[in-house]
Design a protein. Structure first.
Length: 146
């Protein structure tokens, strides 16, 4: 990711210029430019905790997603796994309007039973812009609470 020095980077074709200067006794420099297509991206953030449903058959985890107005949300996924025996998936659809939206996503255990303690979670927030798909990704440890 390259931050803007000034102004806003927008989707579409953008002229990118890179330059290198080397000083070893004398100064040498070079520069090159190229037009690149800039695609929007989704920002996604998994909560650090998840709620355990009665019986351990599912957990509920918050997922905060933001994507630009120019993009369309696509089917997105979250997986929560605990140890070698418990894992499940949930789905959500990002709302792309430039605002952050938080989804309380229910993740049903496909195998095993969730328990209070540490688990691992990963999510892919899928979006599409002008026929090209991209995904925001977040993953990390989650504490399952009763």
């Amino acid at each position: 990711m390259v931050p803007s020095i000034g102004g806003t980077i927008e989707s579409g074709d953008t002229l990118v210029t890179a330059s290198v200067t080397i000083i070893r006794g004398r100064t040498e420099s070079t520069q090159d430019s190229q037009t690149l297509g800039v695609q929007p991206t989704a920002s996604v953030d998994l909560a650090e905790t998840a709620g355990l449903e009665a019986g351990g058959g599912a957990v509920v985890i918050d997922i905060a997603v933001a994507c630009p107005v120019t993009a369309n949300g696509q089917g997105s996924y979250v997986n929560v796994s605990q140890g070698q025996t418990t894992s499940g998936n949930g789905t959500y659809l990002p709302v792309c309007n430039g605002q952050e939206h938080t989804f309380a996503d229910r993740v049903q255990a496909a195998q095993g039973v969730y328990q209070v303690g540490t688990a691992q979670a990963v999510t892919l927030a899928n979006i599409e812009h002008e026929g090209i798909g991209t995904a925001g990704i977040d993953e990390g440890a989650v504490q399952i609470l009763s």
